[in-house]
Design a protein around this ligand. Structure first.
Ligand SMILES: NC(=O)c1ccc[n+]([C@@H]2O[C@H](COP(=O)([O-])OP(=O)(O)OC[C@H]3O[C@@H](n4cnc5c(N)ncnc54)[C@H](OP(=O)(O)O)[C@@H]3O)[C@@H](O)[C@H]2O)c1
Length: 340
């Protein structure tokens, strides 16, 4: 109910004040006595209850394809309706694609485990390890009771990236988040490596990430929502020592800036962020000799390599509504390697 008060107003208000009559009136004492030089000439009625600050209500999204209960109705750049952390981090009803999740202890499978634990259905990809990917799918379904499926993908082939997006939408109905995690290391620098070696790393780590973004972006735009997360690296921030891997460093630096640039491009409908891991024991760098690996460790303030499960919380955060105001960010998770 709105309270209604009647005030007597004076015509002695200046013309300027009269234009702002409600302000002038509301500043008068209630039922104040008329003064000789302030004849009462009219009265007015105003509503005195302060109007609540109106915020535009987010339009509830109606999915084309109904899957499980939606975790939230948050549009690309809107404030989530949920407030509790358990709701903000929930991924129930969401579908997350994770590329490069064929390893038994890689960042991809750990990101998939994190998303599945929070209720998401997951689509994972492999390039050469089909068995590893199928094993991961079986484990995800059994352990977390969610829907999971593996797809073969070479990220360096744009047509395959487009096909992946189409296939996942056909199988799952939608894509809420895409973690572009697939990547390959460089085994040499510019002078020692061949042109083909340079191209392989750039095509996989840089072009492949852009191809994934180009393939899934239109779906995010159509739905007015989405989260794109790129696995970059400390190598995108610093040039690792002593190993020479310029192509990889350049590709990962490009990935960090790609996340920032896409965050701007996609500002009306999706968020884009990157994660930059330090040295993580995933098997990816097992080919490097022990002496070099010991030197790496000596440069890490926390004194050890990371375990991939120490990153899954960050992936879940960036995929979920808990990070609704985070876009264009890069999260360094490196045991302090880059503090120097
Ligand atoms: N481990 C680290 O210290 C570290 C640090 C910073 C950043 N990273 C990055 O983290 C990401 C994951 O690596 P990881 O360490 O977790 O190792 P991983 O388990 O071996 O993951 C690499 C994944 O990329 C896939 N892949 C390779 N080439 C591909 C291509 N052309 N197309 C599609 N998929 C391809 C692999 O598939 P198949 O195995 O099936 O061929 C594999 O699933 C990579 O982007 C890597 O650069 C790793």
């Amino acid at each position: 109910m709105q309270a209604v008060r009647t005030y007597k107003a004076s015509t002695t208000c200046s013309p300027l004040t009269r234009r702002h009559l409600p302000i002038c009136i509301s500043s008068l004492p209630l039922f104040s006595k008329p003064q000789h030089n302030q004849p009462r000439t009219f009265s007015t009625t105003i509503l005195t209850k302060p109007q609540p600050h109106r915020q535009p209500k987010p339009t509830p999204y109606k999915p084309k394809f109904q899957t499980a209960t939606m975790a939230s109705t948050t549009k690309g750049n809107a404030i989530p309706t949920a407030s509790k952390l358990s709701d903000l981090f929930s991924l129930k009803g969401k579908v997350v694609v994770i590329t490069g999740a064929s390893g038994p202890r890689g960042m991809g499978i750990e990101a998939a485990r994190g998303c599945a634990e929070m209720g998401a259905s997951v689509a994972i990809t492999y390039a050469s390890r089909a068995d590893g990917a199928q094993k991961n799918v079986a484990e995800l379904e059994k352990e977390y009771g969610i829907k999971a499926k593996a797809y073969k993908l070479n990220v360096a082939d744009y047509a395959e990236c487009e096909k992946l997006v189409k296939d996942v939408i056909a199988d799952f109905g939608q894509i809420d988040a895409f973690i572009a995690n697939a990547g390959a290391t460089a085994k040499s620098g510019v002078l020692d490596g061949s042109k083909e070696e340079w191209d392989r790393v750039i095509e996989t780590d840089l072009n492949g990430t852009a191809y994934c973004a180009k393939a899934v972006g239109p779906h995010f735009k159509e739905r007015g929502r989405g989260s794109f997360v790129i696995t970059s690296s400390i190598s995108g921030h610093i040039a690792n020592y002593p190993q020479e891997q310029t192509s990889y460093n350049v590709a990962k630096a490009g990935c960090i800036h790609m996340a920032r640039s896409l965050a701007n491009e996609w500002r009306d409908f999706a968020r884009v962020n990157s994660i930059s891991p330090g040295y993580i024991d995933t098997g990816l760098s097992d080919f490097v000799d022990q002496k070099t690996q010991d030197l790496w460790k000596s440069m890490i303030p926390l004194g050890r390599n990371g375990d991939a499960k120490e990153l899954k919380g960050a992936y879940v955060y960036l995929v979920s509504d808990a990070s609704s105001y985070t876009t264009g960010a890069d999260i360094l998770i490196d045991g302090g390697y880059t503090v120097r």
